[in-house]
Design a protein around this ligand. Structure first.
Ligand code: FRU
Length: 496
């Protein structure tokens, strides 16, 4: 039995998805069939597929009462749309089904745990009540269980906010289930609480997994918690970061902590890093693939930079390319999933290419590209800067620039076609390896994702440039030598 609210959403997306002009869609990044998308949810493997749900408002290109949209894939590049999975159709989630996660139950069904939100009126004021609920299904249809909300406001420890309590990450270990949930203690900052259960219906509060103590932003949203190469990793998306110029930018950020897991599952922090140095990244989630890789996907937007140009489109927002995580010298590195190489079309490779002034190369142009530029800085000792201009025509360009004296990378989308004065420039320290700078750039129509070094730093951004702007131009202040290789990305050229 599906509710009227869910049926309506499913019919709506079916009807309107067909009306979205093809030119508005990226080739291989996840978008909604129609309407608004934010956080990835329930990123998990299930019955031979990888499932991804997402925060979804089909009815407009703005955030609204949250549904869970749904796609699945076998290779993280070709995605299949599935009908809306959750709609705000219960009394306890009438103001929205917020972010959450998924696991497979011992009986083979898939379980979704999400934040069920209601709007409560208290005299003049109204506020959110955020509690945790469960739906169980077969990979297509999900039923909310009668014990919902399973983790209610009454279970929040004394002193913590009743309003900010969201984004459960559910984990199964031995014979128990655990849920990590973002919360706000009395100092106004963030922390991650741990709840436990044997039967998924009855839950108890157990401990604080990690505390922000106003050091990394304030409220921590969207926790993820997993092991990677023998270390324990905690990912959170903090609001109100102050920024420190080098590693963390102000606003809504995404922080990854490397550390150890204590006996009681709480976290011992050793180091912290930002997850993405671009303008558009937030609320990532990870899963473990069938062949043992840890793969992460993020919302390729951010509350500080979204909501520009929504009116001109029928879809708004997209996910990043899924990225494989690994640890190198204590830093977590990201690289696009290897499956992307199955989508390489026509390739190009210019070894020891000489660049002096502006130069473009035959075969290197377009908006869907996997491009790697490698510069030996010992060989290029006299060079002060090196620039790649993407999505270029007479009036537009998106710049990736390396400044050798400062050893910084700078992204600049000021001339990419956007008409709002949002964050358009970001700068960060370049990761060098044996005095060599490697830049891998993934372009998919309206996005550019940069992976620098061996993936030590990534930077993601949306661009609003007309699709006709296809040129790619390289330049440097003095003669420079670079290896420039790559391929077009095409979705109809799968090579197996
Ligand atoms: C993060 C977030 C979550 C919340 C969801 C609502 O982007 O604010 O904390 O569950 O978005 O859509």
């Amino acid at each position: 039995m599906i509710s009227e609210t869910l049926r309506r959403a499913r019919e709506y997306e079916k009807e309107f998805a067909a009306k979205v002009p093809e030119s508005q869609r990226p080739l291989f990044h996840v978008t909604a069939p129609v309407g608004w998308i934010n956080d990835p949810n329930g990123f998990s493997e299930y019955k031979g597929y990888y499932h991804l749900f997402y925060q979804y408002h089909p009815y407009s290109t703005h955030w609204g009462p949250m549904h869970w949209g749904h796609v699945r894939t076998r290779d993280f590049v070709s995605w299949e749309n599935l009908p809306v999975a959750l709609a705000p159709d219960a009394e306890y989630d009438s103001a929205g089904c917020f972010s959450g996660s998924a696991i497979t139950l011992p009986d083979g069904r898939q379980l979704l745990m999400y934040t069920s939100v209601t709007r409560v009126q208290d005299g003049e004021k109204s506020f959110d009540r955020q509690q945790q609920s469960i739906a169980v299904g077969d990979g297509l249809d999900y039923e909310k269980i009668d014990a919902n909300p399973v983790i209610s406001t009454a279970m929040i420890p004394e002193g913590n906010s009743r309003e900010d309590f969201r984004d459960p990450k559910i984990i199964q270990e031995n014979d128990k289930y655990y849920a990590l949930i973002g919360s706000r203690p009395s100092d106004g900052s963030g922390e991650i609480l741990l709840f436990e259960s044997y039967d998924l219906r009855n839950w108890q509060y157990r401990t604080v997994v990690a505390r922000c103590e106003n050091e990394y932003g304030r409220m921590w949203e969207c926790p993820d918690y997993f092991e990677l190469d023998g270390k324990q990793i905690l990912i959170v998306s903090p609001q109100d970061m102050k920024g420190d110029g080098k590693e963390f930018h102000p606003g809504n950020g995404t922080v990854l902590f490397v550390g150890e897991k204590n006996e009681d599952l709480s976290f011992k922090r050793e180091s912290a890093q930002t997850l993405d140095f671009g303008m558009d990244f937030y609320a990532p989630q990870t899963l473990e693939t069938y062949d043992g890789r840890r793969v992460m996907i993020g919302w390729m937007q951010n509350w500080d930079t979204c909501n520009v140009g929504n009116e001109d489109r029928m879809i708004y927002g997209q996910m990043t390319i899924p990225r494989e995580l690994s640890i190198n010298n204590g830093r977590v590195c990201q690289n696009p999933v290897r499956e992307l190489e199955n989508y390489h079309g026509k390739g190009f490779c210019y070894q020891n290419a000489e660049i002096c002034g502006e130069k473009s190369f035959s075969g290197i142009r377009g908006r869907c590209l996997d491009l790697t530029v490698s510069l030996d800085l010992t060989e290029n000792a006299g060079m002060n800067w090196f620039k790649i201009e993407l999505c270029k025509d007479k009036v537009h360009s998106v710049i990736v620039k390396y400044d050798a004296s400062e050893n910084t990378l700078r992204l600049d989308r000021s001339r990419s076609g956007g008409v709002r004065d949002i964050v358009n420039i970001r700068e960060f320290e370049a990761p060098l390896c044996d005095n060599r700078l490697k830049l891998r750039i993934i372009m998919d129509r309206y996005s550019i994702e940069l992976f620098a070094g061996n993936g030590e730093k990534s930077a993601s951004m949306n661009v609003y440039t007309p699709l006709e702007a296809q040129e790619i131009v390289f330049s440097s202040d003095k003669r420079a030598v670079a290896d420039i290789c790559g391929a077009e990305l095409v979705t109809d050229a799968i090579r197996n």
